[in-house]
Ligand binder design. Sequence first.
Ligand SMILES: Cc1cc2nc3c(=O)[nH]c(=O)nc-3n(C[C@H](O)[C@H](O)[C@H](O)COP(=O)(O)OP(=O)(O)OC[C@H]3O[C@@H](n4cnc5c(N)ncnc54)[C@H](O)[C@@H]3O)c2cc1C
Length: 390
Amino acid sequence: MSAPLIETEDRRALREAVAALGRRYGREYFQRKARAGEPVEELWSEAAKLGYLGVNLPAEYGGGGAGIAELALVLEELGAAGCPLLMLIVSPAICGTVIARFGTEEQKQRWLPGLADGTRVMAFGITEPDAGSNSHRISTVARRAEDGSGDWLLSGRKVFVSGIDHADAVLFVGRTEDARTGKLKPALFVVPRESQGFEYRPIPMELTAPERQFQVFLDDVRLPADALVGDEDAGLLQLFAGLNPERIMTAAFTLGIARYALDTAVAYARTRTVWDRPIGAHQGIAHPLAQCAIEVELARLMTQKAAQLYDAGDDLGAGEAANMAKYAAGEASCRAVDQAVQTLGGNGLTQEYGLAALITATRVGRVAPVSREMILNYVAQHTLGLPRSY
Ligand SMILES: Cc1cc2nc3c(=O)[nH]c(=O)nc-3n(C[C@H](O)[C@H](O)[C@H](O)COP(=O)(O)OP(=O)(O)OC[C@H]3O[C@@H](n4cnc5c(N)ncnc54)[C@H](O)[C@@H]3O)c2cc1C
């Protein structure tokens, strides 16, 4: 496969159009909504109407028929305008991808048009309090009801699930028992938010964002047979089909934030004068910003590579690239935001400039959906062939 390093004209045009939409709303709008704990409904539905939210979903179900590369670009540009939409990572990227690739015709008809036009939202829950980064240890289990109905009963606990309060359903990663071996294997279930036995409670977080995180209690939640997405025996493969887009999108999320922070810092450094020239003329201010710009650009390139591999159907190659991209973007973004805050001095911590809240927002990119350390473990073992320590 050969892929150009320079973006096509179509993608550049999409970038410009999304950036224009982002600018019309801007940081001030986003922060106001986030502080009020309200969803960014106006931006979400306008982006949906313009076809941006479902750009990666198949055209026959109302999507744009493009790929994760385009959806990542949408997220990055909105973030660069000060409006990073976390739920884009979850609803169209993870859930939409998994259903489009592995759902039955009926599941696709039921979910994809709504996910594409933004009228329906699906959250995603894999993290568990006792398993944490070790997703082989998850203990949410689905078993068949004993009445012969074919229904499932799902029980377990999840934590840090984003956006449940504004979602129609959650795609949960559970496990089913292999009839032959008795071993538990991963499987994916769509659980409507109003299901009986499904409880969710907000976790107080130090984040200024329109989405909240929840802990979840699933107590024998009864689900119809077709709540299971895809093949019961191929859960792991299906899961990875959703987790690669999640990593690519998280990279785009943090890179958008990094660009917003750098733009703000550069604009400030050009004009703020405390001696006889703008602070941007001091190399102590200019060089760290230049360094951040280089690191952000490198991480963008890696993110584009990961998306390209994923969209070309190379799940294995995309796995390595998506991990590297997420790592590089998370690190570049944390440094860029930190340096931007420093550049603005006291103003870096005021609400007016919208940077302080980004300190915790970019930290999310170091922890979720897979931590920096777990990516280093992955690269050490898979890329470098070093022995495993855990
Ligand atoms: C804002 C936010 C939104 C989120 N949204 C979602 C969501 O929508 N859905 C969802 O399912 N989850 C979500 N998460 C959860 C997120 O994916 C987890 O926090 C993440 O996977 C890390 O798991 P943990 O918090 O349990 O950390 P732990 O697994 O407890 O890890 C703690 C620390 O130990 C380190 N560590 C653990 N094992 C090793 C090892 N073998 N080697 C070296 N270091 C190690 C980790 O790197 C980390 O630094 C979200 C989290 C946040 C903060």
